[in-house]
Design a protein around this ligand. Structure first.
Ligand SMILES: Cc1ncc(COP(=O)(O)O)c(C=O)c1O
Length: 387
């Protein structure tokens, strides 16, 4: 099976982890600080806080902005459930605004329409690895006094007008899950422009306690204070060692993902009814996902059939995502119903993510393209004779 995504681990990664396993610090040690500083430097952000996964990073970030029960956060529905769940975990109300039908990114106009006196923040999602329109979103945030947050779990290594994702919002969230741009096994990070947010997140990831064991050791004291209700969201030092080693390969991997995407893009020009999600001219796309949209009317086959037939041929296509507002939990708790975000709902019906990851070979990309074309032709979905 060719999966839709997978990690790349080499001997250097393994050696880096083993080094830390043989050191004195397995957690909250010097490798954590080094990893945070390296990511902050890469994405041009002054502060970075490493945590145990992307969901924890979202939770920390929303805690840091001081969300109060009943406060609203505007987000798109075309995301993983964790984006919205983090808002609810902090007592907030997720307010779903629709996406642009071409890019599938949060539509600033839709955001504007959802702002109320209870709105506290915008939580944009860089879907598939493409940065949102942060110029327009910043304008809205400034006008209404909102915090601008980016769920960039797909977009480490992407940029907008030459500015890296991580430098575009007040707080930016990354995930280091194995299918993401780089991995620490499980892992996440929040980068921010504001030291105050970073301080709050460092306390929150460590049970709400204001000092960690290294600081207490340095000050020769056993005393500590718990100032808020926190979690244990710490990331181990050996995971950070893996992260540091992976980070050195990030840019090359993003370039490889972009080359695969362009190989796919070229293929669909000869197939009516299949087109990739649009890419804005001002972005460098990180291509965590490569998503095609199928025009069902053009060839009379639904996405589920294509999904199953690809699976039969050993190609692990996926669907990202069932719009979050259609999940039973959100319908029951927040009364969200079909029709709330028509662009996201229609995209969901027609979308398919095809395999993309740095180790995917050109021949395998051709194999995926050949399989899609073969299925489409054999179902007389497009005129025979298309090669
Ligand atoms: C957009 C988005 N946000 C948040 C997450 C959560 O990240 P993690 O799996 O590291 O908790 C994911 C992971 O799939 C994601 O895709």
């Amino acid at each position: 099976m060719i999966p839709y995504g997978r990690h790349s681990i080499d001997e250097g990664d393994i050696a880096a982890v083993v080094d830390v396993l043989q050191s004195d610090w397995l957690t909250t040690g010097p490798t954590l600080v080094e990893f945070e500083q390296a990511v902050a430097h890469t994405v041009d952000a002054p502060e970075a806080v490493a945590v145990s996964n992307g969901t924890a990073a979202l939770h920390c970030a929303i805690h840091a902005i001081g969300l109060q029960p009943g406060d609203e956060v505007i987000l798109p529905p075309l995301t993983f459930v964790a984006t919205a769940n983090a808002i609810v975990m902090c007592g907030g109300v997720p307010v779903f605004a629709d996406v642009d039908p071409e890019t599938l990114l949060l539509d600033p106009q839709a955001v504007e329409e959802k702002v109320t006196p209870r709105t506290k923040a915008i939580l944009a999602v860089d879907y598939a690895g493409q940065p949102c329109d942060y110029h327009a979103l910043r304008h809205i945030a400034n006008r209404h006094g909102l915090v601008l947050m980016a769920d960039a779990c797909h977009a480490l290594g992407a940029s907008l007008n030459g500015r890296p994702v991580g430098s575009l919002a007040d707080l930016t969230i990354f995930s280091f899950h194995p299918v993401k741009a780089m991995t620490t096994g499980e892992g996440g990070m929040v980068v921010t422009q504001q030291p105050e947010y970073a301080n709050r997140m460092r306390i929150f990831r460590n049970h709400g306690i204001t000092t960690d064991h290294q600081e207490r050791l340095a000050r020769q004291t056993w005393e500590y204070q718990m100032t808020c209700l926190g979690m244990n969201y710490r990331l181990t030092d050996f995971q950070c060692a893996l992260g540091l080693s992976q980070l050195r390969k990030l840019q090359g991997w993003v370039t490889r993902r972009q080359a695969i995407a362009s190989q796919y893009d070229d293929a669909w020009t000869s197939i009516p009814g299949i087109h990739p999600v649009s890419v804005r001219p001002d972005v460098s796309h990180a291509y965590h996902l490569y998503v095609i949209l199928l025009n069902e009317e053009a060839y009379g086959m639904d996405r589920a059939t294509l999904f199953s037939l690809l699976r039969e041929q050993g190609i692990g296509a996926q669907v990202h995502y069932i719009p979050v507002h259609l999940q039973p939990f959100y319908r029951e708790q927040f009364g969200t119903e079909p029709g709330l975000c028509p662009h996201a709902e229609s995209a969901y019906e027609n979308m398919l993510s095809l395999p993309i990851y740095p180790a995917l070979k050109n021949e395998e990309v051709d194999q995926v393209i050949g399989a899609v074309k073969g299925i489409v032709v054999s179902h007389r979905l497009i005129p025979t004779g298309v090669s």
